[in-house]
Write a protein that binds this ligand. Structure first.
Ligand code: ADP
Ligand code: ZN
Ligand code: MG
Length: 508
């Protein structure tokens, strides 16, 4: 057993996808013209009155419930005082004494690592969620040379802070949690999870101690703007703290930054004493009571979460682990899959066969073109090839009306044309030829063009040289399909060629 024990607690801030800010009606959007979404309320002018955005409360509560938190029946807001140029009011409206959700938990794969797995039998580790509380974001400082600019568009936008207990032990576990949380909030449709744009931000608290001695003196790491940096920063910091303690030193309680260019954490500020934020109840906002209507709107927002969906999709449709992982990566992608399979079933296909075919298309060709076009799995709904249209393509192949090769052409056409696959096939004359007379004509054309292959096949059949007979017949089948312009149904051509060869062999 290792001599030291590490403790990690994460504070993740997510930007809720509300249309307006948390306490005023300004637009909440990333990337707008700086300082265009501001008003007296979010700029903290004297005498203005904030008003709570109910949608922010609902979205926050949906996340809290998805993380198994208990919703507080009554919550209120406090003012947290501090002074910084990105905070026009000189206080932040936050929740201190009555977070909207408390005492939750989530399970992560034990040890973290790899894509979080839903496979049965995978050991999980339970991470306690201390609380989720709603607050407003600050503006954004841009430091350019010797000037600093500030954009207040973000000031007052709704932020949910999700705080865990110090239950992680490694960077890999923390990374896994962040990825899982990101996926969860995307599934819930309450946050886009974009870490580069700051829609999901993570501060990590970490301490080490001799095993069995409890929590150590904690260091907070900021500036972790990717889940990979969460892992790297924490692993670096654990190593640094252990080395320090090994040398007889003490870990100083401080805030450090992850320097992604030097792959190390560096001191940002040392906490001499704990901050005094002088919290007091926000006098301009009444307490919020979660009534029955609110609770039911929250429950309605609780979609099937990624792990549950993976588990169900895996067993209900019989997909492989890899397929499940890709299909369920984003809710829209999983919805697309299920819609396609349902439609294929309606078109008469067996469910598992349909699921297998649809999954192959989605994890192969569909993914390929979406990557090519710079689309993520969540954008699948924007394609002209809807789930129902993919199902139609799959069903056309299954019924033998088009070949696998034509199916790919059809898929490419369906990507750019707003048309039903069956109509595209009809318009282009892509349907396979199944008419016996036309099949026979194609076969005769091939025999006439390759008389020695035909007589060779007949002789090999008569002489019992099965391998040679098969090779020559396959050659003739290829020629016959070619003679039909690639449109003769291969199974029927094969049967026709074999019948002709057998007849010729018997006559020898
Ligand atoms: P603060 O008052 O400094 O904000 P909190 O008690 O609110 O500290 O905890 C913030 C985060 O730090 C939580 O995620 C918590 O789990 C974690 N944490 C607290 N103490 C420690 C510690 N000694 N070691 C590691 N993490 C800790
Ligand atoms: Zn405003
Ligand atoms: Mg705290």
């Amino acid at each position: 057993m290792m001599k030291y024990q590490s403790f990690i607690g994460l504070e993740v801030h997510i930007h809720l996808l509300t249309k307006s800010k948390a306490f005023c009606s300004c637009r909440a959007a990333f990337g707008d013209e700086p300082n265009s979404n501001v008003c007296p309320v979010c700029m903290g002018y004297p005498g203005v009155l904030p008003a709570l955005n109910g949608e922010a409360m609902r979205m926050g509560a949906v996340v809290a419930r998805a993380l198994n938190c208990t919703l507080s029946p009554k919550t209120w807001f406090e003012r947290k005082q501090y002074f910084y140029p990105d905070m026009p009011k000189n206080y932040q409206i936050s929740q201190f004494a009555s977070p909207l959700g408390v005492d939750g938990w989530v399970d992560i794969p034990a040890g973290g690592g790899g894509p979080a797995s839903s496979a049965a039998g995978t050991a999980t580790k339970r991470i306690r969620i201390k609380e989720c509380h709603l607050e407003e974001d600050a503006g954004k400082m841009i430091h350019a040379g010797n000037v600093s600019l500030v954009d207040y568009n973000r000031a007052g936008t709704s932020l949910l802070e999700i705080v865990t207990e110090p239950d992680f032990e490694t960077g890999a576990e923390a990374e896994c949690y962040v990825q899982q949380l990101r996926r969860t909030v995307r599934y819930l449709g309450v946050c886009d999870g974009n870490m580069e744009e700051g829609s999901l931000r993570c501060d990590a608290n970490v301490s080490v101690n001799l095993r069995g001695q409890g929590l150590g003196s904690k260091v907070e790491i900021k500036n972790l703007n990717s889940s990979r940096f969460v892992r790297l920063g924490l692993d670096y910091e654990i190593e640094r703290q252990v080395a320090l303690v090994e040398k007889g030193g003490m870990v100083r309680q401080e805030t450090r930054l992850w320097n992604e260019n030097r792959d190390q954490t560096e001191t940002m500020r040392v906490k001499e004493s704990s901050n005094d934020y002088r919290f007091f109840p926000e006098p301009d906002l009444p307490p919020f009571s979660a009534d029955a209507g609110f609770i039911s709107s929250v429950e309605a927002g609780l979609v099937e979460l990624p792990f549950d969906r993976e588990r169900r999709v895996g067993s209900e449709f019989g997909l492989s682990r890899e397929q499940v992982t890709i299909v369920c990566e984003e809710r829209a992608f999983a919805d697309y899959f299920e819609a396609a399979v349902a439609e294929a079933e309606r078109l008469g296909m067996d469910k598992k066969v349909a699921a297998e075919r649809v999954a192959i298309w989605m994890t192969g060709e569909l993914k390929r073109v979406m990557n090519r076009d710079g689309l993520g799995a969540a954008d699948v709904g924007a394609l002209k090839v809807t789930g129902a249209r993919l199902a139609a393509i799959v069903a056309l192949v299954a019924s033998g009306r088009i070949s696998g090769k034509i199916a790919r052409q059809l898929f490419d056409a369906a990507l750019v044309e707003e048309a039903e696959p069956a109509d595209i096939v009809a318009a282009r004359g892509w349907e396979l030829v199944v008419d016996p007379a036309r099949i026979a004509a194609a076969v005769e054309e091939a025999i006439a063009a390759e008389p020695s292959a035909f007589s060779g096949a007949a002789a090999a059949t008569a002489g019992g040289d099965v391998g040679k007979a098969r090779t020559l017949s396959a050659f003739l089948v290829g020629k016959a399909i070619g003679a039909s312009g690639g449109k003769a149904e291969p199974g029927l051509v094969k049967a026709a060629v074999e019948a002709r060869v057998t007849a010729a062999a018997t006559a020898l």
